[in-house]
Design a protein around this ligand. Structure first.
Ligand code: FAD
Length: 289
């Protein structure tokens, strides 16, 4: 079986301790030779400076291909493009372009009066600069704001037509959810080799469950039951590794050759799943004692 190309999402650290944790995550996962790593941009643009610093530091010191997330919440068009320019000046030419979630407490997305009204406008503006490879979000489980599953597919097509190169999906719990979405995208004329599933290794079921609810991700009853029992028996890690490995293998059995892992800056589970999938560290012979 051929192994998939992998990539990892990190978030920017907000404390010294978190900086060490991110660095430890990078050190643990870098030997798996990811296609790229991405750094998130806090809801409402709250980590703008931290994201920029983390992206530049990783780009300069990790040797990895780094992609910067960028949203258009709470910013004028000029401010958003100025941040993209700063990424480019730091040598970063890959952007994950998103409309973004509103800041905590806000009822919904309100475009800035001088800002981009939606992700398609942002993607088109970045594409016009002809400097970046552009990735975007996609939603196999319906996005909470989508009027129908079809609306998500149609909107994704518009994002790709506006200049995006690849879509990374929101996480989901069952392979069928992704495969159904991929079929719908194919029917809509989307080149499905450009859609990469997002995988969430479940470090903590309670947290993942709450996050899934907020994102509108379907939570199958059997997973709830399985985690209830595993937590009772102190085997949550074992279950999480097995479930995530099975999800990835099911996807690979169905022709998926790229996986994007949401690491939450905790590398062990992602590393164990990658090992189970046959992805092993890329160590040069001269470095083997
Ligand atoms: P869009 O794809 O533009 O919209 C989501 C859905 O809403 C569409 O599929 C469509 O159904 C509907 N919709 C929206 N606007 C319109 C319109 N004008 N007309 C018709 N339908 C519309 N958030 C952050 O704040 N920071 C991050 O770093 C971040 N990283 C992410 C990475 C990935 C891979 C993903 C999948 C999500 C990420 N998010 C992040 C979350 C994201 O910001 C939210 O899901 C947000 O609500 C939607 O952003 P989007 O660009 O994907 O939206």
């Amino acid at each position: 079986m051929t192994t998939p190309d992998i990539s990892f999402e990190f978030f920017p650290p907000q404390s010294l301790e978190a900086s060490f944790r991110l660095w430890d995550t990078v050190q643990t996962l870098a030997p798996l030779a990811p296609r790229f790593v991405s750094v998130t941009y806090g809801a409402g643009g709250t980590t703008r400076d931290l994201t920029r610093e983390a992206v530049a530091t990783l780009h300069n010191s990790s040797g990895l291909n780094v992609a910067a997330h960028l949203t258009c919440v709470n910013a004028t068009k000029a401010e958003t493009l100025a941040i993209a320019d700063q990424f480019a000046e730091a040598g970063v030419r890959e952007i994950v372009a998103l409309r973004g979630d509103p800041p905590k407490g806000a009822a919904g997305f309100e475009p800035h009066p001088d800002g981009y009204a939606n992700s398609v406008e942002l993607i088109a503006a970045l594409a016009e600069r002809d400097q970046f490879s552009i990735r975007v979000g996609a939603y196999p489980d319906r996005h909470p704001e989508a009027t129908s599953a079809r609306a998500d597919v149609d909107w994704l097509k518009r994002k790709l037509d506006a200049g995006a190169d690849e879509a990374l999906t929101q996480f989901f719990f069952e392979a069928d959810t992704f495969l159904r979405f991929r079929d719908d995208c194919a029917k809509a004329g989307i080149d499905t080799s450009r859609i990469t599933p997002g995988i969430l290794p479940i470090e903590n079921w309670k947290g993942a469950r709450n996050f899934a609810k907020r994102c509108g991700t379907t939570i199958p009853a059997w997973i709830d039951d399985a985690f209830d029992k595993a937590i009772r028996d102190g085997r949550e890690d074992l279950l999480a590794t097995a479930l995530c490995t099975e999800l990835c293998s099911d996807l690979m059995d169905n022709g998926v050759d790229k996986l994007h892992f949401y690491t939450l800056n905790r590398p062990e589970l992602t590393r164990d799943v990658c090992f189970a999938l046959g992805i092993t560290p890329d160590v040069s012979l001269e470095n083997v004692a």
